[in-house]
Design a protein around this ligand. Structure first.
Ligand code: T1G
Length: 703
């Protein structure tokens, strides 16, 4: 067993193989350590380092075994996604590096901490043994990037865990805990205490056991588990939701079918074919784009990294309705006590019961322990008195969308909240500056716009008012990560970013049904494009009467007005654009069809058929145009923020990348042409960028 001293020696005396790789030997065990922040991704230098270090270990007569470990916060978290579009021409190919590790005649042990993901787990699968810390996680999440594990993962993993488990891990893409991986044989030992020490001891035992190390490619344990055609058919059927609209899951299943039916090398060739198909796909390009876009939203160019953050140790929420309850849960789940203020006792009790019920649902699903549930509920302090918010570091108002009510609450809060507290409003469209003006401290006021259900939707629109201080903005942007949200910074305007972008889509849909398509034809095209629901079904869900319809001023001048006037308010009335049965299953309505045909007959141009592609384009073009205006007005920092907001806030299909990504993919010249064809004036920014042969994603640099 290696002593502390020996380990320190490793750490001090390691020889540098290259900038990110060191080689050391402890007794008879070679220790190869990668140190390539932030996540030891398999970029060019790491691949070169691995190739050279394993060559050195093989040639080192004193080394009888090899341990592969990583410095920093995690084991290898995958191939370097940044390099996908700009591969390092001088570095060895990943498959060659892994073939080298796989062929090592000496026992090899991967020492895993943090996350071994994608190419990282595939590297570990090329080692004879894998040991891990109890908190480690391992997984093959490539499906989230529209890919499959393309470095042998689809061929080696089933050989250990069997086809069923391998399919679950790769198609669902969720990393598994070390304990679970130990149970299914993927991890050979859980190391309590010092991982490196434990890994070296494990390697020494492997040598002393005298058992010849067997590369995973020769394993058959997993292949002896059930893997008949039935299993694959059942898996496809049971997981149809994961397959819907995505290419990668089907390619993963085919790769695993190859693993259980073909010899290893033939399976590897099949994997490579299926990988290339996905790698070249627009879906994967979109999902890779969103991977980085999501991680960029928190960067605010005019906020230096060292902008101070205000500590948020206790939070207040005013209004215990659906939004207030959901908002409170985010902080409770993050370990932050919440004082939840409501006017009526009954409403407060309802909210506390809703919060407990939501946690109990997570408990049943195994997503939460009883201890965690109890701890969250203990942190909740219901109150009927705003005075109880005096100690809060942040207070979030979530009451009805009435300006006068919000201003009255902020004026009272101004007299209650401690100096330095952040005062936030969850308004989804009201003027944050006007709300801030109701206080003596507008610099401490900010918009924190959550999306319903607030404890589930990952988007948080952070709305910066004209007086909002930099440290308040910086605190809100960081706090989002604490409550597992993706922050998108927005300026003040009607509907901020996400709502403002969705409005033209709705308007375009309503205009389009006057030209020929029926509402359910428009919805079908949008659902086939990837949306969970079309615009008209969404209207029926929300309720036609709550989206700006006023019986007093209704003049039967639109299809929606007539539907409202005739009481067809949507699902809640079992009639809207669709008819609904008692289980709320929608069906195209002959009433609506007749009404739409009647409106079409009044239109200047005779109705005509539209292809699904045309329908999608007609709804996306005005959205892109609005996006360009939002960028031009400085409401959004960058085009990718807009895409992230719509994907995370409105379920815009991730496999499309979002409307701004779509626009750059089809070309701004075509977008401008399409807008002019439907009589919509293209935003000046679109013209400027098209003339400069630039894209929305190069703005503002390319302005
Ligand atoms: N490549 C390049 N950069 C990466 C990266 C990767 N694989 N993973 C993370 N980063 C960057 C990220 O952009 C951010 O940078 C920083 O690391 C911290 O990330 C052949 C084809 C590991 C669980 O899909 O899931 O292997 O913004 O903010 O919340 O089969 O990152 O600071 O400049 O997310 O602590 C498969 C992707 C690749 C895992 C850490 N691997 N990464 O989460 O930090 S495909 C993945 C993650 C592949 C092979 C295939 C998470 C994380 P910056 P972060 P985190």
């Amino acid at each position: 067993m290696a002593s502390e001293e020996a380990l320190d020696a490793v750490r001090e005396s390691a020889q540098s193989i290259n900038d990110v790789t060191t080689y050391a030997r402890v007794g008879t065990v070679a220790v190869i350590t990668l140190d390539s922040p932030p996540v030891n991704a398999l970029g060019g230098a790491v691949r070169q380092g691995l190739m050279d270090a394993f060559a050195k270990a093989e040639a080192d007569p004193e080394a009888h075994a090899v341990v592969l470990a990583c410095a920093g916060r995690t084991f290898i978290a995958g191939a370097d996604i940044r390099e996908f579009d700009a591969p390092d021409p001088d570095a060895p190919d990943l498959l060659d590096v892994l073939a080298r590790i796989d062929a090592c005649p000496k026992p090899t042990v991967a020492a895993i901490h943090g996350t071994a993901l994608g190419g990282g787990l595939e590297t570990a699968l090329c080692c004879h043994y894998r040991v891990a810390t109890p908190s480690a996680k391992v997984g093959l999440p490539e499906v989230a990037l529209g890919l499959l594990p393309g470095a042998g993962g689809t061929q080696r993993l089933p050989r250990i865990v069997g086809a069923q488990t391998a399919l679950e891990m790769m198609v669902l893409g969720k990393p598994v805990a070390a304990s679970r991986a130990h149970e299914n044989g993927l991890i050979d030992a859980i190391i309590e205490g010092d991982l490196l020490k434990g890994a070296i001891a494990f390697a020494e035992n492997a040598v002393h056991s005298g058992a010849p190390p067997v590369p995973v490619r020769e394993w058959s344990e997993g292949l002896s588990l059930p893997h008949d055609a039935e299993l694959f058919a059942r898996f496809r059927a049971d997981n149809s939701r994961a397959f819907k609209g995505y290419q990668a899951p089907e390619n993963i299943v085919r790769a695993v079918e190859a693993a259980v039916t073909l010899p290893f090398e033939a399976g590897m060739r099949r994997e490579a074919e299926l990988f290339q198909e996905l790698f070249a796909s627009r879906q994967s390009a979109a999902l890779r784009y969103l991977f980085f876009a999501e991680r960029q939203t928190a960067r605010v160019p005019d906020l230096p990294a060292d902008t101070p953050r205000r500590p948020i140790a206790q939070v207040g929420v005013i209004g215990a309705g659906t939004m207030g309850s959901g908002i409170a849960m985010n902080f409770l789940s993050a370990g932050i006590p919440v004082t939840l203020v409501e006017q009526e006792e009954a409403a407060l009790e309802r909210s506390v019961a809703t919060i407990r019920r939501n946690y109990e649902i997570s408990l049943k699903k195994g997503k939460l322990t009883q201890a965690k549930l109890d701890a969250c509920m203990e942190r909740l302090h219901p109150s009927l008195d705003m005075a109880d918010l005096g100690e809060a570091d942040l207070v979030i108002e979530a009451v009805f969308e009435k300006m006068a009510l919000k201003q009255e609450i902020f004026a009272r809060l101004d007299g209650i909240a401690r100096p330095g507290a952040i005062l936030a409003t969850n308004t989804s469209f009201l003027d944050v500056n006007a709300i801030a003006a109701a206080t003596s401290r507008p610099g401490d006021v900010i918009g924190l716009h959550f999306f319903s259900p607030a404890n589930v939707m990952r988007l948080l629109e952070v709305v910066r008012g004209s007086a909002t201080r930099p440290d308040v903005v910086a605190t809100a942007m960081s706090l989002a990560r604490t409550i597992a949200k993706i922050p998108v910074l927005s300026g003040v305007c009607d509907g901020f970013i996400a709502n403002r972008m969705m409005t033209p889509r709705m308007d375009a849909a309503q205009a389009l049904i006057l030209e020929g398509p029926l509402p359910w034809e428009v919805d079908k095209a949008m659902v086939d494009y990837g949306f969970a629901m079309g615009p008209f079904a969404m209207l029926d869900l929300v309720g036609l009467d709550v989206i700006g319809w006023d019986p007093a001023t209704s003049t039967s001048s639109t299809v929606t007005q007539v539907l409202c006037e005739t009481g067809r308010w949507g699902q809640k009335r079992q009639a809207g654009f669709y008819d609904y049965d008692e289980t709320r299953r929608p069906s195209p309505s002959p009433v609506t069809e007749a009404l739409v045909r009647e409106f079409q007959s009044r239109a200047e141009t005779p109705p005509r058929r539209f292809s699904d592609e045309e329908i999608v384009e007609r709804l996306l073009l005005p959205v892109v145009n609005e996006g360009a205006r939002i960028l031009e007005e400085g409401i959004a920092l960058r085009a990718s923020d807009i895409d992230v907001a719509l994907v995370m806030g409105y379920g815009w299909p991730p496999a499309t990348g979002g409307p701004m990504f779509w626009a750059d993919t089809v070309g701004l010249g075509n977008v401008i042409g399409g807008l002019e064809a439907i009589g919509e004036a293209p935003a000046p920014l679109l013209r400027r960028l098209a003339e400069a042969d630039a894209t929305l994603h190069t703005w503002p640099e390319a302005a």
